[in-house]
Design a protein around this ligand. Structure first.
Ligand code: DLZ
Length: 202
C-alpha cells in the first residue's frame, strides 16, 4: 500500500474527466516554472482532465499567488484562458518556447466561460534564497496565504511553492537533472486526488 521514503506513493488520481482545475503560476524563475507547470498539466491530462477544463493564469511572483487563487475562487471573471488546443488532439502546454511561459494568459484562444468553482487550484512558484531575508518573508506569508485561501473556500489548493536554497536544488525538483524528479507531476496528481475526494466528502 505504501511505497518509498519520500513522495506521495502510488497515484490515487483515477478519473479526472469531470474536473475543472486552475493552475496559477508565478513568472519569476521561469526556467524552473515551465517544466513544473508542464509536469502538472501532463498528469492532469493523464488522469483524464479535459484540456479545456485546465485554466492557466500567471502572476509576477510567488507573493501574488494567494490573491490570484482567492480571486479565482471568489471572483467573477468569465473569460479565463484554457489550455491552448492546437492541431486536433495535440494539446500544447501554452509555452511559446521563448521564456514567456503561458503567454496564452490574457489571449482569446482557448478561452472558456467559467462556470462555478474550480474543483482544485494548483499554485506554482519558485523562491530561491538570495543574500537577504527577503526569501523568508515571502515564503512564510505566501504559504500561510495559500493555506488560508484553501480553508476559507474549502476547495483543494495544491501547494506548488518550491523554496530552495539555490538554483541547483530548484533544477533537481523541476526534473531538470539526471537524479531529479519533477514535483509538478506530483502536484497534478494531488489536484485530481483531492478534487475527487473533496467531492466525496462534501
Ligand atoms: C522580488 C522577488 C525576489 C527577490 N525573488 C523572487 C523569487 O525567487 N521567486 C518569486 O516567485 N518571486 C520573487 N520575487 C517577486 C515577488 O514574489 C513579488 O512578485 C514582488 O515583490 C512584487 O510584489
Amino acid at each position: 500500500m505504501f511505497s518509498g521514503l519520500k513522495g506521495p506513493g502510488e497515484s490515487q488520481a483515477k478519473d479526472g474527466s469531470s474536473l475543472r482545475v486552475a493552475i496559477v503560476h508565478a513568472r519569476w524563475n521561469t526556467e524552473l516554472i515551465e517544466p513544473l507547470v508542464t509536469g502538472a498539466i501532463n498528469r492532469l491530462k493523464a488522469a483524464g482532465v479535459h484540456p479545456e477544463n485546465i485554466i492557466l493564469q500567471s502572476v509576477p511572483g510567488s507573493w501574488e499567488l494567494p490573491i490570484a487563487c482567492q480571486r479565482l475562487y471568489a471572483g467573477s471573471a468569465t473569460d479565463l484562458p484554457a489550455l491552448v488546443v492546437e492541431g486536433g488532439n495535440d494539446q500544447k502546454t501554452g509555452s511559446k518556447g521563448d521564456g514567456s511561459l503561458l503567454a496564452v494568459a490574457g489571449k482569446d484562444e482557448g478561452s472558456k466561460k467559467r462556470e462555478g468553482l474550480f474543483d482544485a487550484v494548483i499554485a506554482i512558484g519558485v523562491l530561491i534564497k538570495g543574500e537577504t531575508v527577503h526569501f523568508e518573508h515571502i515564503a512564510e506569508v505566501t504559504s500561510r496565504g495559500l493555506m488560508r485561501v484553501q480553508l476559507d473556500f474549502g476547495v483543494p489548493l495544491i501547494f506548488g511553492l518550491l523554496t530552495v536554497l539555490n538554483e541547483e536544488q530548484g533544477r533537481k525538483r523541476a526534473g531538470l537533472t539526471a537524479d531529479g524528479h519533477n514535483h509538478g507531476e506530483d502536484w497534478g496528481d494531488a489536484a485530481v486526488e483531492m478534487a475527487l475526494k473533496k467531492k466525496q466528502w462534501s
